[in-house]
Write a protein of this length. Sequence first.
Lengths: 366, 253
Amino acid sequence: MKIKRTDMAEKILMKGNEAIAHAAIRCGCDGYFGYPITPQSEVMETLMEEKPWETTGMVVLQAESETSSINMLYGGACCAKKVMTSSSSPGISLMCEGISYLAGAELPCLVVNVVRGGPGLGTIQPGQGDYFQAVKGGGHGDYKTIVLAPSSAQEMYDFVDLSFELAFKYRTPAMILADGIVGQMMETVELRPIKPRISNEEIIAKYPWATTGKPQNRKQNVITSLAMDAAVHEKLNQNLQEKYKIMERDEVRFETVNCEDAEHLIIAYGCMARICESTVEQARKEGIKVGLLRPITLFPFPTNEIKRLVPQLKTIMSVELSAGQMVEDIRLAVNGKVPVNFFGRLGGIVPSPEEVLDAFKQSISK
Amino acid sequence: MDIKDIIKPENRVYGKTPLLTDNVMHYCPGCSHGTVHKLIAEVIDEMGIQEQTIGVSPVGCSVFAYNYLDIDWQQAAHGRAPALATATKRLHPEKYVFTYQGDGDLASIGTAEIMHACNRGENIVVIFINNAIYGMTGGQMAPTTLIGMKTATTPYGRDPKLHGNPLKITELIAQLDGTCFVTRQSVHNPGNVRKAKKAIRKAFENSMMDKGTSFVEIVGTCNSGWKLSPVQSNEWMVENMFPKYPLGDIKDI
């Protein structure tokens, strides 16, 4: 969907995937490199229709594969450009090699995963089975990416700029972990004011590590994830871990609904949080004191908020479109203090609020 | 006559280009990489484009190219250098962007990336070192290994029925509409060193003319992998490599 460009804030009805594309253009993204895959192809289609290279100068390129896309991000990120890609589960698996290199070389970029059902080719229906891949690393080695989980088209839009902010702040890949529902559903989105792309001169001043061409008066800049000396390599890894600790301290984001007096807690992210909001509403009408915790950052995970709530709780239930992945992080946070139950559907089947409510009532009556 | 009387600027006939760092190269004596590095350094220096040049180094023996050429470098994952170069050149059209890749990197694991970068006609330079073997990992078969050639993974010689055929990727690259200059060179004697340098210079100049990709293959030696002395390696290369990989321009638009 092509939209009229204005500098004004305005509200437009669009798909979550389209919101990603418009946000990229309007927040000063320098380059998008991607490969078509359902259910997120609207991202590149919208960008190609918008032709941002004629307005902001943003580069948009359809690559030959997801492997190439992520390595194009590596090249662009070496130059401290704001670069991004989007894909869906099987494509993200192909990108994991590159994401590991980007994390190892401490490069900022944005990867959007509009998750579908797996494993393998799976289904093009929505899923949340890539949680482990997203928050535990995915590729080889000890690394993390910042993972943001939007649950609305507006958040799809807003998290693009936020992801770039965080990616550059920590020199790390950031990931938007969406799902087929959030990507495909249409909602009104408020367009934020346009941020211009930053100039090459500003990049040189702001990011002295970037490969911008070596002048006589500075040392060469080399971007690599390679360190053959064991002591040097250990230090690099320790620095990464330090960075992740700071993220865990400073960058946890979540939303709570009806948690103040809650005796039971449902934890869900992305599209499932929207559904569980209705479940909580219905349960409250039936007099059950239940609240909803929606993690917005999946890494760093709202471990401390869960710990804080545990003393007032009788049970927790994790609701996911997976066989149970986030539930493991919840159990780590809870450390056995209250029962942690799980409800999930697979195969792209999205449960109704009533179905979740039935499962929830069953879980608290055990 | 004292030596001090001889060491004078006016008597100077050769100097090491400042683009080449003083780091001791890790390459084996007799390896072609060092010579090719020097040629690239000289071309960048002579064109005065140090500040405008970004190199992309591969995985393989030349992974450490950044230790020897004093420019900004990106070190790519195995085979992916053309993808990095694509984005870098598109985001920085005013820069000279080149990849430096071996045969395993370019003609095996990175086949998709090199074909598509060249087919899109990215305005980059590709320096492709073909020594028909995997040097860094200890002398295994490369896509360009000759029939009958013994390597660590073809201990009885490359048999096409078992291991497939040598890949003449440069001839394939020349078929792509996106390439403007495709050439095969070597650096085994002074005459060919001069020709190779001319080709590299032309490739760099092309990258500002919006003509497409320039691709320079250098047929090189890996005497450690080939288990021959440097002198024997050069002879073996002339006798065996050149008939399969003949020198000269394949395409020049």
